[in-house]
Ligand binder design. Sequence first.
Ligand code: LRY
Length: 228
Amino acid sequence: MTQSADDLLTRTAGQLIVSCQAYPGEPMRTPDTMARVAAAAVQGGAAAVRVQGLDDVRATVATVDVPVIGLWKDGDTGVFITPTLRHARAVGEAGATVVAVDATKRPRADGSTVRDLVRLLHDECGVLVMADCDDLTSAVEAAEAGADLLGTTLAGYTDARPATQGPDLDLLRTVARELPGHPVVAEGRVHTHEHARAALDAGAHAVCVGTAITHPTSLTRWFVEAMH
Ligand SMILES: CC(=O)N[C@H](C=O)[C@@H](O)[C@H](O)[C@H](O)COP(=O)(O)O
C-alpha cells in the first residue's frame, strides 16, 4: 500500500499498532502464521501492523488492509533492524507502507547514515520511514533526516539509556516536547493497558505493542513465573 505521510498519520493518531514477530526456531515463525496473527490484530482494532522479514511482509501485505510497517532483522547484536541500504530497499520492494530502520547513532555495516536511508526509501522506493531510536539525540537526527515516524523502539536496548520497566515514558515526553510536529510511536515494553494509556498521555502519537499481544511463549512464561 503506497500512502502519503499525512494519510498514515491520520490513520494512526491515538491508535494501536500491533507488532507480529516470531523469533528464529519458534513454532509460529512462518509467514502465513504471522500474516494470520496480523489479520487477527486488525480484527481487534489495530490501525497498523509491524512485521519482520521479507516473506512476512509480503504475506501480511497480501492479507490485511491496514498499513504494514516492515523491517528486516539481520542478526541480534549491534545494528540489526534493517541495518543497511540493501536491507531497506528489499523491505520497501516487499510492499511495506513504512520501512522501520535502526536510527541509533551506532555505525552501520555499509557506512550509511539515517539520512541516506531516508533518502533511499523516500526517493527511490516511494515508501515512508519509521526511525527506531534509542534516545533524544538519535530522534533529533532522524527527525532532521526526514523520518515520517519516530519510535522509542530501541530505548533500553543500547548503551544510551537503561531499560525501564514498561515503556520509556521519560524519553517519550522529552521527544514529544523537543520535537513537536514529529510524531513519536511508543514502542518497547508496553505490556499493559495502563502502559498504553500512559504512553498516549506522555505525548505518543500511537502505541505499538508486540510481545504482550502476539508472543504466546512470553505470555505463558509470565504466568508460569507469577505462579512460582
Ligand atoms: C528491541 C527489538 O528488537 N525490538 C523489536 C522491534 O521490532 C521487537 O522484537 C519488539 O517485539 C517490538 O519492538 C515491540 O516491542 P515489545 O515486544 O516490547 O512490545
